[in-house]
Ligand binder design. Structure first.
Ligand SMILES: Cc1ncc(C[n+]2csc(CCOP(=O)(O)OP(=O)(O)O)c2C)c(N)n1
Ligand SMILES: [Mg+2]
Length: 351
């Protein structure tokens, strides 16, 4: 079993940044890097929303408010571990080496290629499917007797999909080296968490799959790190999967095509603004003398400049050749797809 109790929401940092439990053994440079990634995620998300509003970007799913979960789950992984996730976790993918430019390209409707060494499968939009892929990768690792672990990540809504349940059941039976993380942000578009399961907590469902379940404060990056690190160590030691429920909240809309004011109470948002993960970690870092105001301003400016360079690069790219759509899917293209590609080529006037 895990050392962390299941019957409460595990926390290391209170919302004011004060310690309520032992912090993880993370060197100052890693703590600062985690903070910078969280700031990066917030600014990236804000910029993507602004670009979409200006007609310069396609639909985007903001991650504002969920930065601590994305960063906390990626932080304990070894380079050869894997993350198999969904549209809300692009920040975790960037930490693995997927370029923000690539993520932006994908959201503009282009084909984006992840570096092989990032060990991320293309993020899924078909809810819950990625949990099966995660278990598949984990079983491959097990057969090959490699020492690696897979993180499968989905939202609270995805837990109602058959795929989620099949994935956890199979992983439990075969002790796949996988950690399941549910980003419970309280909502699946306009559907509240209470409609996904009658269980008290999503993590309580772990018992039915024969694995431990933990509830963690998803707005506390140190707590997410500790819980995921322990679950990863279990999986690596051959002890099987764990279900981690990270309780968080999306401060913004489901996507740029949604208006949460139509279905979410204003007071709920205010409650979660007070638990914002970024000021929480900043208060801790300042309290530990690892960051001061001038350094924080400098860090924010550096992130802003990096994102501006990314946008400039993106907008200077030549239009992508539509035929790229057919590449990178099959090692040997099946005849049906080849004939579709040829038809498009003819339509484009390129005999
Ligand atoms: C199988 C499937 N059904 C429905 C949808 C439409 N859809 C897209 S996002 C979403 C809500 C997902 O909620 P949740 O799993 O909690 O993730 P969140 O968006 O909150 O991160 C729905 C219903 C989909 N993408 N895939
Ligand atoms: Mg959700």
């Amino acid at each position: 079993m895990l050392s962390i109790a299941v019957d409460r929401v595990y926390q290391v940092l209170a919302p004011d940044g004060k310690l309520v439990d032992t912090p993880p053994d993370l060197a100052p440079d890693r703590l600062l890097a985690a903070y910078r990634w969280m700031v990066f995620g917030r600014q990236f998300s804000d910029r993507m929303i602004a670009l979409q509003r200006q007609g310069r970007m396609g639909t985007f799913a903001p991650l504002n408010g969920q930065e601590a979960t994305a960063v906390g789950l990626a932080l304990p992984l070894a380079p050869d571990d894997w993350i198999v996730a969904s549209y809300r976790e692009v920040l975790a993918y960037m930490m693995r080496g997927v370029l923000p430019l690539t993520i932006a390209q994908v959201h503009r409707g282009e084909v984006g290629i992840y570096p092989r060494q990032a060990n991320c499968l293309p993020y899924q939009i078909v809810l819950g499917t990625q949990m099966l892929h995660a278990v598949g990768v984990a079983m491959g690792i097990k057969y090959e007797r490699k020492p690696n672990v897979v993180l499968g990540v989905c939202g609270d809504g995805a837990t109602s999909e058959g795929d989620f349940n099949e994935a956890l059941n199979f992983a439990g039976v075969f002790k796949a080296p996988v950690v399941f993380v549910v980003q419970n942000n309280g909502w699946a578009i306009s559907m509240p968490r209470s409609r996904q399961t009658a269980a008290h907590a999503i993590a309580d469902r772990a018992a039915g799959f024969g694995m431990p379940g933990v509830v963690v404060d998803g707005n506390d990056v140190l707590a997410v790190y500790k819980v995921v690190a322990e679950a990863v160590a279990r999986a690596r030691a051959g002890e099987g999967p764990t279900l981690v429920e990270a309780q968080t909240y999306r401060l913004g809309a489901h996507t740029t095509a949604d208006d949460p004011k139509k279905y979410r109470p204003e007071e709920e948002l205010a409650e979660w603004v007070a638990r914002d993960p970024i000021p929480r970690l900043r208060a801790y870092l300042i309290g530990q003398s690892l960051l001061n105001q001038a350094e924080d301003t400098h860090l924010h400016d550096g992130v802003r400049a990096e994102i501006q360079t990314m946008v400039d690069t993106l907008e200077a790219l030549p239009p992508q050749d539509p035929l790229v759509l057919f590449d990178n899917v099959f090692e040997t293209m099946p005849p049906a797809l080849a004939s579709q590609r040829d038809a498009l080529r003819r339509d484009l006037g390129r005999e």
